[in-house]
Design a protein around this ligand. Structure first.
Ligand SMILES: CC(C)(COP(=O)(O)OP(=O)(O)OC[C@H]1O[C@@H](n2cnc3c(N)ncnc32)[C@H](O)[C@@H]1OP(=O)(O)O)[C@@H](O)C(=O)NCCC(=O)NCCS
Length: 176
């Protein structure tokens, strides 16, 4: 379990857990709002298959207390940067601080991994909810685009003295 001790605005503890035999159905059923289908797959099942059938991504179940409320996945690029993808909070659970807590928790955990140089993600420039979320957490554009999406990153500091720290996400405070 990945746990940064953050809570959503309803006071629920937001944690990230492996997808397993017990929770995969609930994760597969996570859906964005209809008007968000332009930015992400229409159901998280598609991301689960992407993770299961390739060796690039690892899916995680997003929990609010003991309820599955979202999906997120992570991967490692050749340059050591860690990527966050497949971020979907179930339509019924959006706007409660789950997204902010999820990104902060995952970015903090990834930044602490040996060899991590940066935490990156990309989003479509017209996805205003994603743009607001990520910029609030300190992700800044690298100037690159990937398949029409803006690439942004949180630089990782402090590697030389053994403790990685993220510039931005912790300061922004997530939803805790
Ligand atoms: C983007 C997404 C993950 C945010 O999750 P969430 O749980 O609703 O986000 P939070 O409640 O933690 O909100 C965090 C910030 O996001 C922004 N935000 C969230 N929903 C928003 C909306 N509908 N419009 C504008 N900004 C929004 C706000 O800046 C918000 O900060 P605030 O609460 O201080 O105002 C969610 O909207 C989602 O699943 N969207 C569909 C999938 C998607 O676009 N994923 C990102 C692909 S890169």
């Amino acid at each position: 379990m990945i746990d940064s001790n953050l809570r959503d605005r309803a006071g629920r503890r937001v944690t990230l857990r492996p997808v397993d035999d017990d929770n995969w159905r609930a994760v597969a059923d996570v859906v964005p709002r209809d008007d968000q289908r332009a930015w992400v797959y229409p159901m998280a099942a598609r991301y689960l298959l992407l993770s299961a059938r390739g060796d690039v991504w690892t899916s995680l179940a997003v929990y609010a207390d003991e309820a599955v409320v979202g999906h997120v996945m992570w991967g490692v690029d050749d340059d050591g940067s860690r990527w966050i993808g497949g971020m979907v909070v179930d339509a019924a659970e959006q706007g409660r601080g789950v997204g902010a807590a999820t990104v902060t928790t995952l970015a903090t955990w990834l930044a602490a991994q040996p060899g991590c140089t940066a935490v990156r993600l990309s989003y479509h420039p017209a996805n205003t909810a994603a743009a607001a979320l990520y910029s609030r957490l300190g992700f800044t554009p690298t100037g690159e685009t990937d398949d029409g999406e803006l690439v942004t990153e949180l630089p990782v500091e402090g590697r030389r003295d053994g403790g990685a720290a993220l510039r931005g996400a912790r300061r922004a405070g997530g939803a805790g």
